[in-house]
Design a protein around this ligand. Structure first.
Ligand code: V47
Ligand code: SF4
Length: 394
């Protein structure tokens, strides 16, 4: 590794920033005040240098991705989060979809001959999608394809369905585990600050409830992810507070695998009047989260939301994971205005995107076991048979 302390002093004469760089070099945790100072005063070059140093120390040039597909059981939702472009309210039910268990199983079966390792299930909240529904669905998926990792639902859904079933979070998560749930995705976290949460995600589970459900799940020996929706009405202090609550829980349980910053996209929602933040802000945010969350192994750039180009650049700014091939199976971001309208990348294309910035592509499973290391892989001329379809060329 290079000498970060020396490098930092060539980048800035600000003693607070130099002290933060020294902490990173010495593997000393930065404080909330340090974090806020980085947001307020550091430039992209500075935070990027620190973040890439940490990223290379943890993972070298390895960049992870997986092969997955999404199922969104419904886009109709009882809640009315102001940032959500995806949900159709009950009133506009004709615009929406509500898949039955059999229809969802048909979607799963479409992947029977594909080498996917994960199904990611998340959607709106409606009464018919309750504890018995999900227990039965998870059991059927497990029976149908035992090697497919089920990453499903967030505390938003769990809080709702457990309350409806009048069972505790503990009993509920134990039942989900018994039915075949393998891990939890990171959604529904938004911003933990109570005031902001009330403004943008009123009515759904609180920050404490979100954290409690993850805590219980981790204590059952299982893993999950965490997200942060940024770039809307929150301040930098709110972002620091959000990451502080995650870092604190992670100290207790070590159950989080990946932190996924989600950039607010402003198409067709109640916050469309708010301009989206710049790519520089996105890269700063990735970098600072890499620096602050010293107890998280991975930082993910979710390319269907941020776009493949920014995701590619983010690999120099602390990010070591690009999520998956997706196969055009999620609508959440195309409906919110992402440049990725039909998100699908073949394994080969994901690998090429990663290699183009000098990194090494590694296919992982959901819990970061290496499925295949594609470093220096000979792809040949033709797309590989059986791989998920190639996207449009750039
Ligand atoms: O919680 C909704 C976000 C999340 C918008 O764990 C929006 O591997 C931006 O959590 N602009 C759901 N974001 C998606 C999610 C996720 C995605 C990929 C991987 C994983 C993982 C988790 O999407 C919601 C919300 O924060 N979202 N609307 C919007 N307009
Ligand atoms: Fe419903 Fe989730 Fe959209 Fe909120 S973000 S309205 S909980 S689908």
């Amino acid at each position: 590794m290079y000498d970060l302390k020396k490098m930092a002093s060539t980048l800035t004469s600000d003693t607070t920033l130099i002290n933060i760089a020294n902490k990173v070099a010495d593997e000393t945790r930065i404080t909330n005040d340090d974090c806020l100072y980085l947001f307020d005063y550091a430039d992209l070059g500075f935070v990027g240098t620190l973040a890439n140093y940490i990223r290379e120390k943890k993972h070298g040039k390895k960049t992870f991705f997986n092969r997955n597909f999404h199922i969104e059981p419904t886009n109709i939702c009882l809640y009315t989060c102001t940032f959500c472009s995806y949900s159709r309210l009950i009133k506009q039910r004709t615009d929406g979809w509500e898949y039955t268990e059999d229809e969802i199983m048909e979607m799963v079966k479409k992947y029977d001959d594909k080498p996917v390792t994960e199904v990611h299930i998340v959607g709106g909240v409606l009464p018919q999608y309750d504890v018995p529904f999900y227990e039965s669905l998870f059991k059927r998926i497990r029976e149908h394809r035992s090697d497919l990792h089920i990453k499903a639902l967030t505390p938003v859904e769990y809080h709702y369905i457990f309350k409806k079933a009048k069972i505790s979070y503990q009993e509920g998560m134990e039942r989900m585990l018994a039915a075949g749930l393998d891990s939890m995705p990171g959604g529904g976290a938004e911003i933990f600050d109570e005031e902001v949460r009330k403004e943008i995600a009123g009515g759904k589970c609180s920050a404490d409830q979100w954290l409690d459900i993850h805590r219980i799940w981790h204590k059952l020996g299982k893993r999950s992810n965490a997200t942060m929706l940024y770039g809307h009405v929150e301040t930098y202090a709110h972002r620091v507070d959000h990451m502080d609550r995650l870092r604190t829980l992670q100290d207790e349980t070590r159950g989080f695998q990946t932190f996924i910053p989600l950039k607010f996209r402003n198409k067709d929602n109640q916050m469309s009047h708010i301009a989206e933040v710049s790519a520089v802000e996105d890269l700063k945010n990735y970098s600072i989260s890499r620096i602050y969350l010293d107890n998280f192994d991975h930082i993910k750039a979710y390319w269907p939301m941020i776009g493949r180009s920014t995701a590619q650049i983010s690999l120099q700014y602390g990010v070591d994971d690009m999520d998956g091939t997706i196969d055009d199976t999620t609508k959440i971001y195309s409906m919110a205005g992402s440049e990725e309208q039909s998100p699908a990348l073949s394994t080969r294309d994901l690998a090429k995107i990663i290699e183009a910035v000098g990194k090494e592509p590694v296919e992982r499973d959901t819990v970061y076991n290496v499925v295949k290391d594609y470093t220096n892989y000979e792809w040949g001329e033709e797309p590989l048979k059986g791989y998920i379809s190639l996207p449009t060329a750039n």
